[in-house]
Design a protein around this ligand. Structure first.
Ligand SMILES: [Zn+2]
Length: 427
């Protein structure tokens, strides 16, 4: 496999502004001893190479810095000023150095990075990607947790794999199929770990996503087709059985096999009387092959009006669910451990409001499993409407919003200077 590695933030810890002069090529007299290598990065690259894979560093920073760090510290070839998430530069590099796509296929590559620009670049090229984000493994429970900082937010950038350490990343490189999400690959055993938290009942709240419902370009594994079919009126019994089999495999191999928590029952989010196909989630629940009692704990109020989709914001969505969905059961849930299955994770409002209802009923540990999670849209590259040359995607310094720029000669481009808003950019 050919591993394409981001540099800043992934291999070296140079995000502080004092490194800007070095990264932008203004300070050429720096010492390599001044560059803080992230613990384990050198060993990771050595391990990858010793297993016969190629490593190339792909960075937005200046060649004077990227070249020295890549060759002397890591001993790898490199591509500087990569202009992420624009694909032109890496596309040309991959064609001339690896014959991609003319003589090699997307699965032979893995682009690894720590920012959404890395993931957008990979998605634009339709090659697999791994988001490497380090963070604490357990966050305090808060239903209004910081979305920007949350794991869910990062997973929704849409990487093929989400890794928390170089060790996990090495596992992905060694056996990629095994590390794909269960609803995206028959061989996959993984789930996106969107939330791990201690909850108010002294237990754990865990949220997992089993497949990406991707917006825009992506690698070949995203589960958008399965997502649409799952909610379609003409989904067949055989299709439902296939989804149930994959979810069951995850529950059996990755949840029930570990005795960290002994689960007491499994339930699903409630289907409205008007839901199409009828009993969309309940039918999946009863089709699961899992050695747990299946309980339909949640019901919609009969006087529900409107849809959660009318509420765009998370708080509004949580309010909608808490107004119209209730936990209705004669079971004593005090101290119990409950798994909940839902079809879609978008803002997390459904997940967190259902978790809250269970915790209020005394449930100790909750595992919320979303079959599909919505990924962010990738900015689509386009031609200049004024001169017809390819534009570049750039980001406003002020608010990080993407826009198109037909870069003029004054900024080292060949375009006419047109700038345009992105109506189909990331949301
Ligand atoms: Zn133009």
């Amino acid at each position: 496999m050919n591993i394409l590695l981001d540099l800043d933030g992934t291999l070296v810890d140079t995000n502080a502004s004092r490194y800007d002069g070095i990264k932008y090529g203004r300070d050429r007299s720096f010492s390599l001893n001044d560059i803080p290598v992230i613990a384990g990065a050198r060993e990771f690259i050595e391990a990858v190479k010793s297993r016969g894979h190629s490593v190339t560093i792909v960075s937005d920073s200046h060649g004077a810095y990227v070249g020295a760090v890549s060759e002397i510290i890591f001993g790898t070839p490199w591509l500087a000023l990569a202009d992420k998430p624009n694909t032109a530069k890496l596309r040309a590099y991959l064609e001339s150095n690896f014959g991609f796509p003319s003589r090699s296929v997307a699965e032979e590559f893995l682009l690894v990075g720590d920012t959404r620009l890395d993931i957008q670049l990979a998605r634009g090229l339709a090659i697999p990607s791994a988001l490497l984000f380090r963070g604490t493994d357990d966050v305090p429970h808060d239903p209004y947790y910081n979305e920007e900082a949350s794991w869910a937010r990062r997973c929704m950038e849409g990487a093929t794999y989400n890794c928390r350490s170089f060790d996990e990343l090495l596992g992905v490189i060694e056996t990629p199929a095994k590390h794909r999400l269960v609803l995206e690959d028959r061989m996959g055993t993984a789930a996106a770990r969107m939330f791990n938290g201690r909850n108010l009942n002294d237990g754990h709240t865990l949220i997992r996503g089993l497949g990406r419902q991707q917006q825009g370009p992506c690698d070949a594994y995203g589960a958008i087709g399965r997502y649409y079919k799952f909610g379609s009126e003409d989904r067949t019994e055989a299709f439902l059985a296939g989804v149930a089999r994959d979810v069951s495999r995850y529950l059996h191999d990755e949840v029930m096999a570990h005795d960290f928590i002994r689960w007491d029952m499994i339930t699903c989010v409630a289907d409205k009387a008007t839901t199409k196909p009828p009993r969309k989630m309940a039918k999946l629940l009863h089709a699961l092959e899992v050695a747990l009692p299946k309980e339909e704990l949640f019901v919609w109020s009969p006087d529900v009006t409107g849809s959660i989709r009318q509420e765009k914001k998370r708080a509004g969505r949580m309010g909608f669910i808490k107004r119209f969905v209730r936990l209705e059961s004669d079971l004593d849930l005090e101290g119990k451990n409950v798994i909940v299955v839902d079809d879609q994770y978008t803002t997390g409002a459904t997940a967190m409001s259902h978790v809250d209802m269970l915790l209020e009923a005394g449930v100790r540990n909750v595992l919320f499993v979303a079959l599909f999670y919505l990924t962010e849209e990738v900015p689509v590259e386009k031609m200049c409407p004024r001169c017809g040359k390819p534009t570049r995607i750039k980001y406003q310094k002020r608010d990080g919003k993407p826009f198109y720029s037909c870069v003029p000669p004054a900024y080292n481009g060949t375009g006419c200077g047109w700038m345009g808003n992105m109506t189909n950019g990331r949301n």
